[in-house]
Design a protein around this ligand. Structure first.
Ligand code: CDP
Length: 806
């Protein structure tokens, strides 16, 4: 070795593999405005579609008159449910086993529901046409309050379901009931409550909200009549699933459908499902023989595409006087809006809400969820969440604080007393999950030490005394949240979408010069997959990440996969990537053995190539092995170096975290200040610490928005009163607090590289931390639970109701 020979550290660093803060390669194009989004797709002769939408939440559609619209210059067609019936597409199946109107068929069931689709030569003409369509409505009584949905005299919303006493998930109890889903041991849980020394019961609501990706939902559909092929560019988080769904409902052969998800400006669950815009644009293209573009505006996005949350969770905990929990009982009233269009794995009508036992060792638990229809937009997407996990984490984390308050115990202490212990993993929860790994107490204690928790509590006690003496009008809250997530849908034994198992895939093809291309079934919408997937491959096969091109989102070239949402990409596709890379490495080892004239077993892997054991000078780099794969493979071996893996994970992964929020609230104005927010995440092996930090910053900002103001709110008539960014809280850099991030590493024992997902964690853990901080502040004035969102006005109102404001 001379001075110029790179050291082991230099060779490792040159790969920019796992653990490296590699800069995001996609940012080279994004920061220069050179991304390629759906709206950048411009095809010759392309037409534009726009929707006529309902002003009413519930009304009968008596007549649609398109005479004047068709006179608008540029308007070519007005598509209604009657048009769609001719091709059997007036209704479409939902992922949750329900059906949904594509265009209003006889009735409208929520404000801004799609009524007609105007097709024109440009977007302005389409919009002018929309304004000229005359729709005659007969208003019907709207059903907005979910607690009244199953009243005897509640209006019948879904006339198409008349007489149907069972749905996709079992019996229906009422004409507005969708399903009842129960998990756990009711008898044992009821018995635990009977015996309990202490119990708490609270109705904890997680309000209706909505993701806000930079780019709204959109598509371009282009039907080639000669070839009978349909190409769809769209903002799809799961392009392969969209291709299968289009094939099934449009009765087009799947190989003749090409779905392309180009660059996507954020998804957050909003872009998983199928929307009427996609169907109408496809039909319009088939009918006109021209490409048709549909681009949603912000109001349409907020009010008509899939909402999130809207869970009303009556939560009870049984406990000993010393604070050892003995039982959990939860009933959820789930408001699904007009159609059950939840984007959950098919068998899970309430997603993975049964993770609601959280990080605590509950000996028994019982959960019942009732899904109901109301006159609101359909959906129920996992807004930066793994299928209702966010609701579950909020439910248990608020409830633990309420129990701590009743016991007169510190909320962090109560958590430490009830954590599942490291030696209990793999841990079988009372509601049916097998947690893979965790070390909760270590994470909690690290968080408490970092923020100097004990000192914060002393300061809070002193401030409370000062408040009582009238020396301050500010109250201080310390919000603790310790969450366990369940991500990585999923094992085929648990999860499928419309019968397709939720595996994921990776195909790697190495070129002779030691570079390669890797394709996956996932689709990044800002998560940086092009950067991090190459890092996994770099570490696994010793080729620099810069030499691996990552491509996602084209169903013609990518192997079939179930897409990106619910932090499933790293647990599932991340594993497929490692497994495909290991196949490449295994073949390379055979080639190396042949070239170095030794047995395979005499070789050892050394960062970026194979070395003969005991003979360090006999070495062949992976780069040279790529070349050899194309010209001198062992006799009988096929040339080339490529591999594919379809990975069906044996289990989900269970990331966790300890978050602490310190907040001051002025009781006279309700104005709050987030003094400090500390987030410790454990996502197992960390692929790219910088990307993880970015994911946590983004997710915490969304959590802050949701907890402190972001809400889709309806008035009593069913009008959306927060349907634009004027009213829907969208924090900018000005309002957003400073984030402190930290980590521990507890690898997943079943994942090939030990990684767990992370993208959703900050939203899941952040919301309860904020809400617990607000509630902790107000608890001193005698309150037990204040519902989110905690905006200034509501804080002021709470202070007034608690007698702190005259
Ligand atoms: O499915 P989605 O991509 O939204 O979520 P994820 O699997 O949590 O990954 C989000 C981003 O964080 C990806 O770029 C991952 O590679 C990265 N990540 C990481 O660097 N290390 C982890 N242990 C988990 C995720």
């Amino acid at each position: 070795m001379n001075d110029l020979t790179p050291t082991r550290e230099q060779r490792t660093a040159a790969l920019e593999g796992m653990g490296c803060k590699r800069k995001r390669v996609e940012d080279i194009r994004f920061t220069q405005g050179k991304g390629n989004y759906v709206d950048d797709v411009k095809l010759p002769g392309m037409l534009h579609g726009d929707f006529v939408r309902s002003p009413h939440a519930h009304a009968r559609v008596k007549k649609i008159d398109d005479t004047e619209a068709l006179k608008v210059p540029g308007v070519l067609a007005v598509i209604t449910a009657e048009t769609l019936k001719t091709v059997n597409l007036a209704w479409m199946p939902t992922l949750a086993g329900d059906v949904q109107m594509v265009l209003a068929d006889g009735k409208v069931l929520f404000q801004n529901q799609e009524v007609a689709f105007v097709v024109a030569t440009d977007r302005y003409a389409a919009d002018d046409g929309v304004n000229k369509v005359v729709v005659e409505y007969e208003p019907l009584p709207p059903l907005i309050d979910p607690f009244k949905a199953m009243d005897k005299d509640a209006p019948v919303l879904r006339e198409d379901l008349a007489g149907k006493t069972s749905g996709a998930h079992g019996p229906r109890k009422h004409h507005n009931h969708i399903f009842e889903w129960t998990v756990g041991d009711k008898e044992l849980t009821d018995a635990a409550f009977k015996k309990a020394e202490v119990t708490i019961k609270e109705m904890i609501s997680y309000h209706r909200t909505h993701p806000s990706p930079l780019e709204t939902c959109q598509c371009v559909c282009s039907f080639d009549k000669i070839k009978g092929e349909l190409t769809i560019w769209g903002t799809f988080q799961a392009p392969h699933v969209i291709r299968t769904v289009v094939s099934l409902i449009a009765k087009l052969p799947e190989q003749k459908i090409h779905v392309i998800s180009p660059d996507i400006g954020g998804g957050f669950g909003n872009k998983v499902g199928a929307y009427p815009g996609y169907i109408c644009a496809a039909v319009a293209s088939i009918v006109t023989g021209k490409p048709v573009k549909w681009v949603e505006d912000r109001i349409e996005n907020l009010t008509a595409t899939s909402f999130a949350r809207d869970y009303h969770m009556t939560t009870e905990i049984a406990s000993t006087r010393e604070g050892k929990v003995t039982g959990l009982r939860v009933h959820v009233l789930a408001d699904h809006g007009a159609f059950d269009a939840c984007a959950d794995p098919s068998k899970w009508p309430a997603g993975f809400f049964n993770i609601v036992t959280g990080s605590y060792d509950f000996p028994t638990a019982h959960l019942a969820v009732d899904g109901i229809y109301t006159n609101k937009a359909p959906g129920g997407v996992a807004y930066r969440c793994s299928f209702r996990v966010t609701e579950a984490a909020y439910c248990i984390e608020r409830a633990m604080d309420i129990l701590a308050q009743k016991l007169g115990m510190d909320p962090a202490e109560l958590r430490l007393r009830n954590f599942i212990k490291p030696e209990q993993f793999p841990y079988h929860s009372a509601l049916g999950w097998e947690y893979d790994s965790g070390d909760y107490a270590t994470a909690m204690k690290k968080a408490m030490e970092t923020v100097k928790y004990a000192e914060l509590r002393k300061e809070q006690a002193a401030l409370r005394e000062a408040f009582k003496r009238g020396e301050t009008r500010e109250i201080m809250g310390v919000g603790v949240s310790f969450f366990t997530e369940i991500v990585g849908a999923g094992p085929s034994k648990n999860c499928d979408i419309l019968g397709i198992a939720m595996f994921d895939s990776c195909e790697i093809r190495m070129h002779p010069t030691g570079t390669g291309i890797a394709r996956m079934g996932t689709k990044s919408q800002g998560q940086g997959h092009e950067t991090t997937w190459a890092q996994i491959i770099a570490t696994e096969i010793g080729i620099p990440a810069d030499n691996i091109m990552v491509e996602e989102g084209n169903t013609d070239t990518a192997p079939y996969g179930l897409g990106t949402y619910g932090s499933r990409s790293t647990p599932v596709a991340g594993a497929a990537i490692a497994m495909a890379a290991r196949k490449i490495k295994a073949k390379a080892q055979m080639i190396a053995a042949y070239k170095l004239e030794v047995h395979e077993d005499d070789l050892e892997w050394d960062i970026d190539g194979f070395r003969v054991k005991g003979l360090p000078e006999k070495f062949m780099s992976m780069k040279d092995l790529c070349w050899a794969a194309y010209n001198s493979v062992p006799p009988g071996m096929e040339p080339g170096l490529e591999a594919v893996s379809y990975y069906d994970p044996p289990n989900m992964t269970y990331p966790f975290g300890a978050y602490i929020c310190v907040m001051d609230i002025d009781v006279d104005t309700g104005v709050y200040k987030v003094r400090r927010f500390y987030a410790l995440d454990d996502c197992g092996t960390r692929i790219n610490p910088m990307i993880i930090e970015g994911q946590v910053h983004g997710g915490l900002t969304e959590a802050f928005a949701i907890a402190m103001g972001q809400e889709i709110r309806y008035d009593a008539d069913g009008n959306v009163v927060t349907g634009s960014f004027m009213d829907f809280f969208m924090p900018t850099a000005v309002e957003t607090p400073h984030w402190e991030t930290d980590f521990t590493v507890t690898p997943s024992p079943h994942h090939p590289i030990g990684a767990k997902g992370v993208g959703e964690s900050p939203n899941v853990g952040g919301v309860p931390a904020f809400s617990n901080a607000v509630n902790d502040a107000f608890s001193f004035l005698g309150s037990t639970h204040i519902q989110m969102p905690h905006d200034f006005w509501r804080n002021w109102k709470a202070a007034k109701e608690l007698g702190a404001v005259a």
